[in-house]
Design a protein. Structure first.
Length: 126
């Protein structure tokens, strides 16, 4: 297996793992939030989470025709690109600098931690 193929496999696995963890993490955080926030009645899951779960279930059943699925995947990619571009347009380096060194240090430390963790797993696994 070439290094490029390994990188592709690791990237795909990482993306799928992140997506798979979205549902349980958000449900858990939602329950924790509502347990500590007594001002709102009932436990309501975020709408996007319910739609996400339904779409995962429908796709897993294999009932979406391949051409429709391909079109939806293309639309999904464009939506992701648009969202990333919108984040870039809203990002201000000046505002980030105003946050302070501790917050920036935390972000850098988290990024380094994740990079070392992923690199360790890749080197250990392959």
């Amino acid at each position: 297996m070439t290094s490029s193929r390994q990188d592709s496999n690791v990237a795909t696995f990482t993306k799928l793992l992140r997506v798979a963890m979205l549902l349980p993490v958000v449900v858990t955080l939602s329950f924790v939030y509502h347990a500590h926030n007594t001002t709102k009645a009932g436990r309501q899951l975020p709408g996007f989470l319910v739609v996400f779960a339904v779409l995962v279930a429908v796709n897993s059943l294999g009932i979406i025709p391949a051409p429709v699925l391909a079109a939806l995947k293309g639309i999904s990619r464009w939506c992701l690109v648009t969202a990333i571009a919108a984040l870039g347009m809203k990002t201000s380096l000046k505002a980030m600098a105003e946050v302070g060194g501790r917050a920036i240090g935390l972000i850098v430390a988290e990024t380094v931690f994740l990079a070392v963790l992923v690199l360790s797993i890749v080197l250990w696994k392959f």
